[in-house]
Design a protein around this ligand. Structure first.
Ligand code: GDP
Ligand code: MN
Length: 381
């Protein structure tokens, strides 16, 4: 789950990291009122789950409350990387002497949390990694000890030669690790971490991604979810207890089990197709889940063929077949459906489908080839 910048800033502030004050506005007028209250020059920032807002015109400075209102009016409603801006953050504009990057992520390869810092901040860290990787410094964190003081200071000295600034940065890194642990983060980053002309180190932007599996035991963090900022299909899927990730292809996949879903996507690609999604209907699939899955997949206009791949175990093939029949009675599916099912209650499933003129395959290769042929016009590899 992604947090908005203003939410992430609050978490950092509560942990004692220096963050400028500020407030969120949903209208231009509210933005002006916040600017009046703050006084002086302000920065107006689009609150969407995307980086690179600055480059996209979603971060602007305003000298007066009137200007803040005008700029907020332009940014609200704007599209950034396909996402509509519903809120803006209004904060006092900081003066910037230098910009650095600091972040901590779950590093699966290292089996640990890993800090990354770079004196080349402000711009996308991916760009720094691609063009000047020598400007990124890393530190693994041993979960038993946390980020040790000498490690924090070692990282900080990669950012600043001056000991005073390095000590401020080390303190921020230590607190950032606490935020990361406490919110169940998979990523917490500050970009830019700035130094003001007075020599104060400040977090000007904050990005936090929380591991969804951590949310059940953190209701306060789960309450920060903003469904209006998320992909509508993913919201519908989560409510229906389906694991759904939208992808760029045109073969819609409905599969039981995450492993089989991954293997199915691989096979779609192997036969020259592109999966439109990852979708796991889970272990025990009642027909209602299948109806919901089909609703979500058919709502994606890119989908040109649908592939069911069901390996019946706890999931019963007849439940899935009943779901498919129920769905096609509720709404018209205009794209071809290829169904592969095998395992528990396979025979009943075949009878249910045949009764409405649908066919089922048992061979996975054959089914994937057919689904891909439906979108490539028969040119499956
Ligand atoms: P991002 O582009 O989505 O990462 O948004 P950021 O919040 O990082 O803002 C992008 C850039 O805008 C920063 O790197 C800064 O150079 C600039 N910026 C952001 N906030 C301020 C501010 O308070 N004062 C000034 N002078 N520049 C700012
Ligand atoms: Mn940034």
């Amino acid at each position: 789950m992604n947090l908005h910048e203003y939410q992430a800033r609050d978490l950092l502030r509560h942990a004692g990291i220096p963050v400028p004050p500020g407030d969120v506005a949903a209208t231009a007028k509210e933005a002006r009122m916040i600017a009046e209250r703050l006084g002086g020059k302000v920065v107006i920032k689009a609150q969407v789950h995307a980086g690179g807002r600055g480059k996209a015109g979603g971060v602007k400075l305003a000298d007066t409350p009137q200007e803040a209102e005008a700029i907020a009016g332009k940014i609200l409603g704007m599209q950034i990387k396909g996402l509509t801006v519903h809120k803006v953050l209004v904060a006092p504009a900081a003066e910037i002497a230098s910009e650095a990057y600091v972040g901590v992520i779950v590093d699966r390869a290292a089996h640990s949390a890993t800090f990354m810092v770079s004196p080349a901040g402000g711009i996308d860290i991916e760009e720094v990694a691609a063009k000047t990787p020598e400007k990124i410094f890393r530190q693994r964190v041993d979960a038993r000890y946390g980020l040790l003081p000498h490690q924090a200071l070692g990282l900080a000295f990669h950012l600043y030669e001056d000991a005073g600034k390095a000590r401020q940065a080390a303190d921020i890194l230590t607190r950032l690790y606490q935020v990361f642990l406490n919110c169940g983060g998979s990523l917490c980053e500050i970009n830019p971490l700035v130094v003001t002309p007075e020599g104060q180190v400040l977090a000007l932007d904050a990005k936090i991604v929380v591991d969804d599996n951590e949310l059940d035991r953190r209701p306060d963090i789960a309450a920060l979810r903003d469904e209006s900022a998320e992909d509508p299909a993913e919201v519908t899927a989560r409510r229906a207890n389906l694991t759904y990730i939208k992808l760029d292809g045109n073969v819609g996949c409905i599969v039981n089990g995450a492993g089989l879903a991954m293997a199915t996507m691989d096979l779609v690609k192997y036969y020259g197709g592109e999966p439109a999604n990852f979708l796991d209907i889970g272990g025990s699939s009642n027909p209602e889940k299948v109806v919901n899955a089909l609703k979500i997949i058919t709502a994606d206009p890119h989908v040109k063929a649908i592939l069911f791949n069901i390996f019946g175990g706890i999931t019963r093939c007849d439940d899935v077949a009943n779901g498919i029949v129920a769905a096609t009675k509720q709404f018209t599916v205009t794209v071809p459906i290829v169904i592969r099912l095998t395992g528990t209650n396979e025979q009943q499933a075949v009878e249910i489908l045949n009764a409405v003129g649908m066919k089922a395959l048992t061979d996975m290769d054959e089914a994937v080839k057919q689904a891909v042929a439906n979108v490539t016009g028969g040119k499956a590899a």
